[in-house]
Design a protein around this ligand. Structure first.
Ligand SMILES: [Zn+2]
Length: 100
């Protein structure tokens, strides 16, 4: 456990556009490729109570995706691209310059 505690004070709210990619389940390959660079994604299951919702990390281009399979009435799972660290950093810098 980290010796830090998140606060419930909101610093600001950011808006991002996020891309969603349907996953082709009609394939012989057990690997899911990164939509950006086509390298295999490395999946993690952060919440064991949601086995159909995973975090996919591309070790080649450093993008992160949310694999969503539970709770959707879709025929295919979706990969939703999460904002990159650089996008978040830019939003924080914009926020700081607006406050200055
Ligand atoms: Zn990638």
């Amino acid at each position: 456990m980290l010796p830090f505690r998140a606060t419930n004070r909101r610093l600001t709210t950011f808006a991002f556009s996020m891309s969603a990619y349907p996953v082709d389940t009609d394939t012989d390959s057990p690997l899911v490729e990164c939509p950006a660079c086509q390298e295999p994604l490395d999946f993690h299951q952060p919440d064991e109570t949601q086995p159909g919702n995973l975090l996919g990390v591309c070790l080649a281009c450093q993008r992160w995706y949310l694999w969503i399979q539970d709770g959707l009435e879709l025929e295919q799972p979706l990969l939703v691209e999460l904002p990159e660290w650089e996008q978040i950093r830019r939003k924080l810098l914009e926020f700081e310059s607006e406050c200055a």
